[in-house]
Ligand binder design. Structure first.
Ligand code: AFP
Length: 314
């Protein structure tokens, strides 16, 4: 557990100091701090950058916004120059970018540079999502991650990380430094918030029944259209569930396994929650491709189990 330095309160502990107390190797401390540094440039791009289209498309064939391309370039350059990265995969890049051939002491990173970027032009919160693996292999089950991070660009800028030893939130201060604001975030077994993604008229009967169950128990619908703020709400309030289920015509739902689901599942599980695709644990899925999508139910353990039960019973 971090301790307050003389003259500093517990919550003035900066990110690098907290990471050093996590008993992880220096290269991983350095990598996570580099990602934090990159976020400061992404913030500037979000606040002042061009909101237009880039005239290109991403890994999924989706039209890219100028902000997608700029955020991706900022993070990629920082990772390349960190000196501790072997391979990089981005939601905005067609294929894996090899930085170094050997894996000794290095890490590979999968990231979504600006998830929810289409929300920026209506001034809603967006975020960066990062998943880190030891070595060169990125198509590993999510349970092999050594770290997961998201940065939430909202009314305040917060960074949430786990290296497998609890989930911790840092908030950016007026000097653009990240200082500890929540330590060892924990989720309750069950909650009263639900974030239902996707078109309801495309829900399968099991998912429709699950939504009715939630409404009958008085759960409150909270959905912004941004995965990072919606997950952050469930995680920080510790009570609720986000879902983006299989839909009629989209059996794998919408969200991306490598870039969105694995890092968020790692964080939520490290806070005592759960994440499933309706049939198995998200972190146990062996990715077959970079662009793999999966249905997702993620949040409080009992709520996720209930969702799986409804989906299984159709
Ligand atoms: P973009 O990154 O393409 O804006 O999509 C954001 C997202 O993947 C995720 O952040 C949201 O949870 C989800 O899409 C919202 O999807 P719907 O617009 O279909 O609800």
């Amino acid at each position: 557990m971090p301790y307050a330095e003389p003259g500093k309160t517990k919550f003035q502990i900066d990110l690098r100091r907290h990471l050093r107390d996590q008993d992880i190797c220096d290269n991983l401390v350095h990598l996570i701090c580099e990602i934090a540094e990159a976020s400061k440039y992404v913030i500037n791009a979000v606040r002042t950058g061009d909101l237009g289209v880039a005239g290109t498309s991403n890994l999924y064939g989706e039209e890219q916004l100028a902000l997608d391309v700029l955020s991706d370039r900022i993070i990629r350059k920082r990772l390349i120059h960190s000196g501790v990265v072997c391979n990089i995969a981005s939601e905005e890049m067609e294929q894996i970018y090899e930085v170094k051939g050997n894996a000794d002491g290095l890490y590979s990173v999968a990231y979504d540079p600006l998830d929810g970027s289409s929300l920026v032009d209506v001034n809603l919160a967006v975020g960066t999502i990062v998943s880190i693996y030891r070595g060169c292999e990125l198509l590993q089950e999510g349970r092999h991650q050594v770290a997961a991070i998201y940065i939430l660009y909202g009314p305040r800028v917060s960074m949430v990380y786990s290296v497998g030893n609890g989930v911790h939130e840092f908030t950016m201060n007026h000097l653009m430094e990240y200082t500890l604001t929540r330590e060892n975030v924990r989720m309750k077994p069950m909650g009263d918030i639900y974030s239902p993604g996707g078109l309801r008229n495309k829900y399968t009967p099991g998912n429709e029944s699950f939504i009715r169950h939630l409404e009958e128990k008085g759960a409150k619908l909270r959905y912004s259209g941004g995965f990072v703020p919606d997950i952050n709400q469930v995680l920080m309030k510790g009570k609720g569930l986000f879902m983006y289920p299989a839909l009629k015509g989209s059996p794998n739902g919408k969200l991306r396994l490598l870039f969105e689901l694995n890092p968020m599942a790692f964080l939520v599980e490290n806070a005592g929650g759960a994440a499933s695709n309706g049939r198995c644990r998200i972190l146990d899925i062996k990715p077959e491709s970079l662009d793999q999508r999966e249905p997702v139910y993620i949040g409080c353990n009992d709520d996720v189990n209930k969702a799986v039960e409804f989906v299984a019973n159709g």
